[in-house]
Design a protein around this ligand. Sequence first.
Ligand code: ZN
Length: 240
Amino acid sequence: MKGQCKLCLKDKTLINSHIISEFFYKSMYDSKHRFFEISTKLNEKNKFMQKGLREYLLCNDCEQQIGRYEKYVNDVFFNKTTNNVIQDDKIIVIKKVDYVLMKLFQLSILWRASISSKEIFRYIELGPHQEIIRKMIYNEKPGKYYEYGCLQIAVIIDDSKLIEGLMLNPEYLRIEGYRLYRFVFGGFIWAYFVSSHNYQYKWKKFFLLENGTLTIHKEKFDDLAFLTNFGIDMKKQGKL
Ligand SMILES: [Zn+2]
């Protein structure tokens, strides 16, 4: 299909590609990930988000560019055993993360969802931030750590297992004056802060840092209540 690539804005042949990276779907079916132990698959009824959503958005070059970020992130979370991980029952800290690749990956998910015409991404409306983020990705300039920072939270069951099959439709929340877009996929909650005063956010040190430190909080999946009440719960725990 011919059309304008949403990233480079050139008229080209467009690729029918995933909006949420393919490996997050794949990881629901195999269990190669040594990093977080065995996955626990949820019942079919709990898989809220439709799998394998594709759309013609990008040309081949731009698809390849984002593919590099995806490959890196897939390795960090699911393939490579690494010595740079410290974790206890509350927190996972990964050091020496490639800030540029990881941050651009995070941004690419948010941005792709925002340009998607799919119904499930209807709440991802970034306004003027959409074009700013497009330029950041296109120019591979990931910005400061607090700019469009993303809090990543691992959804854990039985104390240690990551719930990879959990996918919820993305939502928009407003918490303490911050615009927040919450995605749930790949066993993680990805909470994007999209406000121009992010630098004032008191927990901004939990965003991916420019020194390559990625801090991931663990939250227990007792039921879905903490997800639906995420904002409230996080607030109670003093994280938001
Ligand atoms: Zn392109």
